[in-house]
Design a protein around this ligand. Structure first.
Ligand SMILES: *Cc1c(COP(=O)(O)O)cnc(C)c1O
Length: 397
């Protein structure tokens, strides 16, 4: 498997997504099998002893190793161009594992301020309870990164594009500053996906995903992943997950493997639909702000085009008229659903101030641009004319 697997790194991404890391059982099945088992049996007590000592490389317990989960991990590592990967039960489990396996009391984390609600909770509330010092910076302002990283630092955490403000962070510049400060750089690449942005190419050390989003992309299950060097995964992530147990179910791993097979095709449609809608929204009256990385009007458009290969599935905009106008728009939608998920085949819209970012104070929300009139649209795979007609009738309402 190992030599064969390493050769698969030379395949095109489309081949990796469909065939990468497939392991067939003795039944020679076409489709990847679901090994829905918690444990494994040994031919002898001696074999069990040697397996636990690590003298035999085999599966011993599904909390930290399972053939279906392993196929998902190896396939995602191929697509990302990472040495290794550990799957987790959700995106948040992956974010927490990536930071908690590395940081200790007394150490320092610098994070961008514009974060997904639960990522913000981990950095602002949870890690400080364990004695980790956390400093937030405005991710788009390099001078703030420079100042914060003028002190020795152990880790940097950022999202680019951020959810839901679509801020773009200069990955190369921040990675260089972080490495000079001695920090490990962890990038939440959920909105970009491995198809649109490769943080490792800009110097990132760890990439985390919520596989719930585009990787499943069909609203079926939760999942997450941490990708990094073999050394970081083996020495830090694996013991952390082995002993704390944020494990991905083999069934969910199988669903996500199937999701990977069509990820690039789906991303193409997501991005085409989103760009068409974003361009149409440029002409929409009553919007006070419109954000989509592939529009020339995006504040970091040049950075977006230098780091990503397309604009992604998410468009955010602010309505004149605040919360009342936002709720009127959401309630008038007939095709697009009101939902806080994203990256789904179905187009979904949400009001971050009262849902995903409700926990933040109004001041903290204002600092990351989440005003009362701000909505996030995750553009799905439907016919784009139907989506535009739905938006047009909802705006008219
Ligand atoms: C959704 C999301 C997460 C969390 O993923 P779950 O699978 O829901 O736990 C983390 N980061 C970003 C940017 C997200 O959008």
């Amino acid at each position: 498997m190992t030599a064969e697997y390493e050769n698969q790194r030379l395949w095109g991404v489309e081949t990796q997504m469909v065939r990468g890391a497939t392991e067939r059982s003795q039944f020679s099945e076409t489709n990847e099998a679901i090994f829905l088992t918690s444990g494994y049996v040994y031919k002898s007590a001696e074999e069990a002893e040697r397996s636990f000592k690590g003298e035999i490389d085999r599966y011993v317990y599904s909390r930290f190793g399972n053939p279906t989960v392993g196929m998902f991990e190896k396939r995602l590592a191929l697509i990302e161009g990472a040495e290794d990967c550990r799957a987790m039960s959700s995106g948040m489990a992956a974010v927490f594992a990536a930071l908690a396996c590395h940081l200790s009391a007394g150490q320092r984390l610098v994070a961008s301020r514009a974060l997904f609600g639960s990522c913000q909770y981990i950095c602002a509330e949870l890690l400080p309870r364990f004695g980790i010092k956390v400093e937030f910076v405005d991710g788009v302002d390099l001078s703030q990164w420079r100042a914060a990283l003028s002190k020795p630092t152990n880790a940097v955490f950022l999202e680019s594009p951020s959810n839901p403000g679509l801020e773009m962070i200069d990955l190369k510049a921040v990675c260089d500053l972080a490495h000079a400060a001695g920090a490990l750089v962890v990038v939440d690449n959920v909105l970009a996906t491995p198809i649109l942005q490769k943080p490792f190419n800009f110097g990132a050390d760890v990439v985390v995903y919520s596989a719930t989003k585009h990787i499943d992309g069909q609203g079926r299950c939760l999942g997450g992943a941490v990708l990094a060097s073999k050394q970081f995964i083996v020495e830090k992530v694996t013991p952390f997950m082995r002993h704390t147990g944020p494990s991905l179910s083999p069934f969910n791993a199988w669903v996500l493997l199937k999701g990977l097979e069509t990820l690039d095709l789906r991303m193409q449609r997501h991005c085409e639909n989103a760009l068409t809608i974003a361009r149409a929204l440029e002409k929409q009256k009553g919007l006070t702000r419109l954000l989509y990385p592939w529009l020339a009007s995006h504040p970091q458009h040049a950075l977006a085009t230098s780091q990503m290969t397309a604009g992604g599935s998410v468009i955010s905009f602010e309505l004149e008229g605040g919360k009342a106008a936002a709720f009127r728009l959401l309630n008038a939608l007939k095709i697009i659903d009101i939902s806080n998920n994203l990256g789904d085949a179905k187009s979904l819209m949400c009001h971050p101030a009262t849902t995903t970012h409700q926990r933040l104070t109004p001041q903290d929300r204002a600092r990351v641009g989440i005003t009362d009139g701000f909505v996030r649209l995750s553009v799905g795979l439907e016919n784009v004319n139907d989506l535009m007609a739905d938006l047009t009738q909802a705006f008219a309402a």
